[in-house]
Design a protein around this ligand. Structure first.
Ligand code: SF4
Length: 327
């Protein structure tokens, strides 16, 4: 039984350092890099994966979820829905004819995993219901590893997780035995972000350019959890991605039984859904990102030419490093 080391590459700094460690420690030919494409990625991340393949002489296997079957089943369910009951809030369970027509007119596979997932669910994910990670990343990576195990391999899943990243990860273990021939290895669990960057730089690897453009993390563009400063950066540097999100908000809302869903906000029970959509759609969130103190006041500092999203503002102070290197 051979051992395969699977590294899930995101295009960010942590998974790159993890990949490099695995390549240095494991026998040649036993390391497999995978990338779970959410369909909500920045084009610079795709280009960066190509760069890594070339620089490291490897192939990064692209995995992409497909929700065609789920969308077909949901379409049939909506079309045939004749339920008579009501939910706990007293609303009719059955899709109204108007909502049926609206949803069925757009609920077709687009080929984009993120959009298709949201159309299938009739909503965007949220902090409390973060089904995007599960459906677009975790399930794809786990499915790939299960296939390897079924083919008779022992699998070690290498994860680029650091304890100082977030509260949730503060107790992450360095090694775990999951069972069934699967183990987990988190070699950089005790590292800082600076150590991670230094490790890759020492091996001659460039970071994803997004890290140099104010993006603390590389992942979806944007992520449903992106903070105010990141959203402001994205609005300034990559407005086309927010225009795409605005188009998705319209499509996903059409697939929602209640007729509304926004990218960066949970449901607000009791509030009129049209008002919620107007207050919390992506354009409103962008305006909010330009404010300070809970959104009531515009940030005057950012309006000056000396500061703000237009300048180099990497969260990790990499701008200086990049400038020195190119000098
Ligand atoms: S990066 Fe954000 S939006 Fe993308 S899958 Fe992860 S949590 Fe969801």
């Amino acid at each position: 039984m051979s051992t395969i080391h699977v590294i899930s590459v995101s295009g960010g700094k942590d998974s790159l350092a993890t990949l490099l460690i695995a390549m240095e420690r494991c026998p040649a030919g036993s390391v497999v890099a995978i990338f779970c494409d959410t369909g909500n990625e920045h084009e610079q991340t795709y280009a960066y994966l190509d760069y890594l393949e070339q620089a490291l002489g490897i192939t990064i296997i692209r995995l992409k979820a497909d929700f065609s079957r789920q969308l077909l089943v949901k379409r049939m369910f909506i079309a045939r829905d004749v339920r008579t009951g009501r939910d706990k809030a007293g609303r009719r369970l059955r899709w109204s004819n108007k909502a049926k027509r609206r949803a069925l007119s757009v609920m077709h596979p687009s080929g984009n995993p993120f959009l298709d997932l949201c159309m299938w669910k009739g909503r965007f994910p949220s902090r409390k219901a973060q089904f995007c990670t599960e459906e677009l990343k975790r399930n794809m990576a786990v499915g790939y590893q299960l296939d390897l195990m079924e083919a008779g391999h022992r699998v070690i899943s290498w994860q680029g997780v650091r304890r100082d990243e977030s509260h949730n990860r503060r107790n992450a273990k360095k090694f775990e035995r999951v069972g069934g021939g699967l183990r987990i290895c988190r070699p950089i669990v005790e590292w800082t972000a600076a150590q991670v960057f230094a490790y890759s730089a020492a091996r001659g690897l460039q970071p994803n350019p997004l890290h140099l453009q104010g993006m603390g993390r590389v992942g979806c563009m944007p992520c449903i959890n992106c903070n105010k400063a990141e959203l402001r950066q994205i609005a300034t540097r990559f407005p086309q991605h927010l225009e795409r999100i605005a188009e998705w908000e319209v499509l996903v809302s059409m697939c929602s039984k209640r007729g509304g869903s926004t990218f960066m906000a949970d449901a607000h029970p009791g509030k009129d859904r049209r008002q919620v959509f107007a207050d919390l759609n992506i354009w409103s969130r962008i305006e909010w990102s330009k404010t300070t103190r809970g959104g009531k006041q515009f940030n005057l500092l950012d309006a000056t030419e000396h500061d703000g999203a237009g300048g180099c503002s990497s969260s990790y102070g990499l701008c200086e490093q990049a400038e020195l290197e190119s000098a």
